[in-house]
Design a protein around this ligand. Structure first.
Ligand code: GAL
Length: 377
C-alpha cells in the first residue's frame, strides 16, 4: 500500500463528501458547511499509524472533508508510538487548534494533553477508538463495536457451515477446531469485538461443536499488541506447532482485523494449508489487499466499516461543537470510559463475503473492480 494510492482514494472520498454537502442531504448539508466556513480555524486530526491502509483513508477523508467545510487541518500520524502521539497532540494545542479529532494508539495515554485542551476550551472527539480515563472527551464517533464482533463470529460460523448467510442453521455439524485472535488490549475496541464474538461462539464452544485446541480462550492469550501482522503470524505459527503437531487440522480462525488475518494466512500457508481445506479466516476493515484475498477465496470474510461515513460523521459533530450546539448522539449508555459515559454516534457495519464484494465495495465506490483484482489501492 503506498501513500500516493491512498491519496487517490482520499480524493474520491473528498469528492463524495463535497457532493454530500452540495446535495444538501443529511447532516453534511450545504447550510451547515457554509455557517462553519465563517467560523474557520485550525482543527487537529491525530491518527495512530500509516502502516494500516484504513487509517490513511480515514485521515485523508477527515482532512478533505474539513477543508471542504472551510477549516485548516493539521493531520498527524504517530507511527503507533505513544510519546509521538502525545507530542503531536500537544503541538496541535500550542498551534491554536479549536477542536481535536483523535484516534488514540493507547486509549489511556492522553490524559494530560486532554486536560490542557479542556483548559483552553478545546472540544475533543474520540474517533473510532474510545479515549479512556479522562473526563475531557466530549464525543465518540465509531461503529457498533460489539456488533462488529458478533458479525466476525457469525461469518466464522457461516464459513464452517454451521450457519447460513441468512442466519439460519447450516448443514454442518462439526466438531471443528478453531483458534481465536483478539486485537490490542490498549485499544478499547478490542474488548468490544471480543465480547461480541465470544457471546456468539459460546453456545458452540459449550456444545463442543467448536474446539479451541490450544486451550487459549482468554482475551489476554489471544491479544495481538498494536494489531501487528508479524506478531499475529508468530502466534499462529506457535499455535500450529504446539497444538496441531499431532496431524490434526485447524478449521477456522477468528481474526478481528485484516492485518492480523494476513499474518495468520501467511502462517497457515507456510504450514502447508491450501485449497479447499484452507481454514476459514475472518477479518475487519476490508483493506484492499485482504479484499483481493477474499475474492481469491483465501480469506473468507471481512467486516466493512465505511470510513467515508465515519469521517463525515466526525465532521458533523465537529461542526456542531464549533457552532456551540450539542451534537446528536444515538448511544448514551454503551461507552463508559472509566470516568464518564461518553455520548456516542454509532454507525453500522456489514459482513463482506466473496459474493457480495461487488455490491458492498464496488457498487458503493469504496474500491474499484480493478483495485480488487490487483489488491492495490
Ligand atoms: C481498531 C479499529 C479496527 C482496526 C484496528 C486496527 O481500533 O476499530 O477497525 O482498524 O483498530 O487498526
Amino acid at each position: 500500500m503506498n501513500t500516493k494510492k491512498f491519496a487517490a482514494l482520499a480524493a474520491g472520498v473528498a469528492l463524495a463528501l463535497g457532493l454530500a454537502a452540495c446535495s444538501g442531504s443529511g447532516a453534511g448539508s450545504a447550510s451547515t458547511a457554509s455557517s462553519s466556513k465563517a467560523a474557520g480555524g485550525l482543527i487537529g486530526v491525530s491518527m495512530p499509524t500509516q502502516t494500516s491502509s484504513r487509517w490513511i483513508a480515514d485521515g485523508k477523508a477527515v482532512e478533505a472533508g474539513l477543508k471542504a467545510a472551510g477549516y485548516q487541518v493539521s493531520l498527524q500520524y504517530a507511527n503507533d508510538d505513544i510519546p509521538t502521539q502525545s507530542q503531536q497532540v500537544d503541538q496541535m494545542i500550542t498551534q491554536g487548534a479549536k477542536l481535536l479529532i483523535i484516534a488514540a494508539i493507547d486509549g489511556t495515554a492522553l490524559s494530560s494533553q486532554l486536560q490542557a485542551a479542556a483548559d483552553k476550551g478545546i472540544k475533543v472527539i474520540a474517533y473510532d477508538r474510545l479515549i479512556r480515563d479522562s473526563k475531557n472527551v466530549d464525543f465518540y464517533v465509531t461503529f457498533d463495536n460489539y456488533k462488529v464482533g458478533v458479525q466476525q463470529a457469525t461469518s466464522l460460523l457461516v464459513g464452517l457451515g454451521l450457519l447460513t448467510a441468512d442466519g439460519s442453521k447450516g448443514a454442518a455439524t462439526g466438531p471443528f477446531n478453531v483458534e481465536l485472535f483478539a486485537g490490542s488490549l490498549d485499544d478499547n475496541n478490542a474488548a468490544f469485538f471480543w465480547k461480541g464474538a465470544i457471546d456468539t461462539l459460546q453456545p458452540y464452544l459449550d456444545a463442543k461443536t467448536l474446539v479451541v485446541k490450544s486451550g487459549q480462550i482468554k482475551i489476554e492469550q489471544a491479544a495481538i499488541l498494536r494489531w501487528d501482522q508479524e506478531t499475529a503470524q508468530k502466534r499462529m505459527e506457535n499455535l500450529l506447532t504446539s497444538a496441531y503437531s499431532d496431524g490434526s487440522k485447524v478449521n477456522g480462525v477468528l481474526s478481528p482485523y485484516d492485518g492480523i488475518s494476513r499474518g495468520i494466512i501467511t502462517a497457515l500457508t507456510n504450514a502447508g494449508y491450501s485449497g479447499a481445506t484452507f481454514p476459514i479466516v475472518t477479518g475487519q476493515d476490508s483493506e484492499i489487499d485482504s479484499v483481493k484475498l477474499i475474492a481469491d477465496g483465501v480469506q473468507f470474510s471481512s467486516i466493512f466499516k465505511d470510513t467515508r461515513k465515519l469521517a463525515a460523521q466526525a465532521i458533523v459533530v465537529a461542526q456542531a461543537f464549533l457552532k456551540g450546539s450539542t451534537p446528536e448522539a444515538n448511544d448514551t449508555k454503551s461507552y463508559d470510559n472509566g470516568v464518564k459515559i461518553v455520548p456516542s454516534f454509532l454507525l453500522q457495519s456489514d459482513i463482506v463475503y466473496k459474493d457480495n464484494i461487488q455490491k458492498l465495495l464496488i457498487d458503493s465506490g469504496y474500491w474499484t473492480a480493478a483495485q480488487v483484482a490487483s489488491g492495490q489501492a
